[in-house]
Design a protein around this ligand. Structure first.
Ligand SMILES: Cc1ncc(CO)c(N)n1
Length: 223
């Protein structure tokens, strides 16, 4: 069995719950409250600023020029294509690019990005890929599922669904899945377990991120 298949089997119950979560379902049905989507958009932009740095770290940790180039391309497309989607949405919500960039991260956003950055800065390239893989893979899965639902024609949610179900995004996700398999080759069971643990943790964080957005959960205490 490919290592990525083992990972997929392991987190299947969490992915199922993610697909059934009201935020995700609401986008598909086109019934999600716009205020929740607005909250998500801003937090996701803040998230992507740190997430993009994982690709830069991937280029640093890569041991061949081809992989280095691919990480550089991923960094470029995240900043200029994926985050452009968010900037366009922000415009519709009358949020300026400055407001987007300086938005305060919610507790879950902060915990998630810092966990990923910690793993990526201190771990191996395989650990870095294990940390970022659920992000790309689960968004592609969600995008594909929602692309056959009413939300795909919704005036607000269609662009989001279109981006994450696109062939281009799918290719990037597939590249990451293949890289994970390649990097797992020849590793000991102890090392594979470590990769699995990281993959499970960021999968859990993906669920938490939807939950945070649905609840619009900021810090419960104030300065
Ligand atoms: C939280 C989160 N995970 C994954 C992606 C896909 O890049 C995203 N935009 N946001």
């Amino acid at each position: 069995m490919r290592f990525s298949e083992r990972l997929y089997e392991k987190v299947k119950p969490i992915w199922k719950q993610t697909h059934e979560y009201p935020f995700v379902k609401g986008m598909g049905e086109g019934t999600l409250e716009q205020e929740k989507f607005r909250f998500y958009m801003v937090q996701d932009y803040v998230y992507l600023i740190d997430y993009a740095k994982l690709f830069a770290l991937g280029a640093v940790k890569a041991t061949d020029v081809q992989t280095m180039g691919k990480f550089a391309a991923l960094l470029h497309s995240t900043i200029n294509e994926e985050m452009e989607l968010h900037r366009q949405y922000a415009k519709r919500f009358l949020i300026t690019p400055e407001e987007l960039e300086t938005a305060e991260p919610a507790p879950t956003t902060l915990a998630y990005t810092h966990y990923m950055l910690h793993v990526s800065q201190n771990g191996t390239l395989a650990e870095l890929v294990a940390a970022l893989l659920p992000c790309m893979w689960s968004y592609w899965e969600i995008g594909k599922e929602l692309s056959t639902q009413p939300g795909a024609a919704h005036e607000l949610y269609s662009e989001w669904i279109h981006m994450y179900s696109s062939a281009e995004f799918g290719e990037l996700a597939t590249w990451c899945i293949d890289l994970m398999d390649q990097l797992a080759e020849g590793k000991s069971e102890a090392e594979l377990n470590k990769l699995e643990e990281i993959f499970i943790n960021t999968t859990r964080f993906e669920y938490l991120f939807w939950d945070m957005a649905y609840e619009k959960a900021m810090w419960p205490v104030h300065v």
